[in-house]
Design a protein around this ligand. Structure first.
Ligand SMILES: C[S@@+](CC[C@H](N)C(=O)[O-])C[C@H]1O[C@@H](n2cnc3c(N)ncnc32)[C@H](O)[C@@H]1O
Length: 317
């Protein structure tokens, strides 16, 4: 089932599946981390299961979303008459261990991620990701970071532009697009989404799929999304208490591949290919579902964004 967090704002994907997976124990204090708080749709539902004395920690790189989430969480907490401590952290989840440590937390009962952007991001022209609305080519989750999409387009070398388009999306026109960006920016720098849309339409005669891939590749590059995901998952697995659950919802194959590979690696003892093993790696996870969890037919019908979602669930040994 999918529940709207607010009137037409953001519909949380795989809501019940996630909340079910993050098991809450009644015999101990639970410390639950939401790595991508967004508008707190999952977190508010999570609160319903939690007990007095538990702690809910929410990370978000986007300060605005964190502010909106705060109000919702407080309201839900009051409605439930619940004494759960809520800790909100404005940070990229790649700093997971460090930020938790600053709050005196060195292990967690459960952790989950709902990756990518919230619907609000697509509807907010000033900063974000929409190829529908005119706005600056920004695409940063965190406005404190220095690199925007315009910087990538205006200052990256051709081989690096080609690299991100090819590596991230296997974009068939990657070489052509990269070369033409270099020529085009000599005339006029890229400033707004309209500049990029006009460029793609006139120079590449682009199909909507190409446009979407270019936007996604820029967003991934600006936010370092693949590296930060690898880093946070490794930290999350270390932080989990035994029997603790990790649940990750991803929205494209690049993210899902990372989750799948890291989970798989952690379900094996030896990860080295030497004949005589020297890696000393011991398995730390068991997969709860071998196959990814997908939204049901009704959810896919009601929320088109859910159609590309895949979730993976594992448990610490
Ligand atoms: C899909 S939304 C989460 C929606 C939320 N689960 C809900 O139901 O309302 C993803 C959120 O994660 C945040 N985010 C994305 N990458 C992040 C990162 N590397 N570190 C911290 N927050 C991140 C985005 O700013 C966005 O608010």
């Amino acid at each position: 089932m999918s529940v709207k967090t607010d009137k037409n704002i953001h519909t949380s994907v795989l809501l019940q599946e996630l909340v079910w997976a993050i098991d809450i124990r009644d015999d101990k204090q639970n410390i639950i981390v939401d790595g991508t708080l967004g508008l707190a749709g999952h977190a508010c539902e999570m609160l319903q299961k939690m007990n007095d004395g538990d702690i809910l920690v929410g990370f978000d790189a986007d300060e605005r979303n964190l502010g909106l989430a705060k109000g919702r969480l407080e309201k839900t907490k009051t409605q439930l008459g619940l004494d759960v401590e809520i800790v909100l952290i404005h940070s990229n989840f790649e700093l997971l261990s460090e930020k938790l440590w600053e709050h005196g937390i060195s292990s967690v009962t459960g952790i989950y991620y709902d990756l990518g952007v919230s619907s609000m991001h697509f509807d907010e022209a000033e900063r974000w990701f929409s190829l529908r609305l005119e706005g600056p080519l920004d695409m940063r989750f965190d406005t404190r970071s220095w690199k925007t999409a315009a910087d990538v387009l205006n200052y990256y070398e051709e081989k690096d532009l080609f690299g991100i388009l090819k590596e991230y999306w296997e974009e068939p026109h990657a070489r052509k697009i990269a070369a033409r960006i270099i020529t085009s920016r000599k005339q006029n720098k890229f400033v707004t989404t309209n500049d990029l849309n006009d460029f793609l339409e006139s120079e590449i005669n682009s199909h909507i799929k190409t446009k979407t891939r270019v936007y996604q590749a820029l967003r991934i590059e600006v936010n370092g999304e693949l590296d930060t995901l690898k880093s946070t998952l490794a930290q999350a697995i270390k932080l989990l208490e035994s029997d603790g659950n990790i649940f990750v919802i991803s929205f494209h194959s690049l993210e899902d591949r990372i989750v799948k590979q890291i989970f798989k690696r952690e379900t094996r003892d030896c990860i080295c290919s030497d004949l005589i093993c020297s890696c000393w790696h011991t398995k730390s996870l068991r997969l709860v579902n071998k196959k990814p969890i997908l939204p049901g037919e009704i959810e896919q019908k009601e929320n088109s964004r859910s159609r590309s979602a895949k979730a993976r669930h594992a448990q610490k040994i």
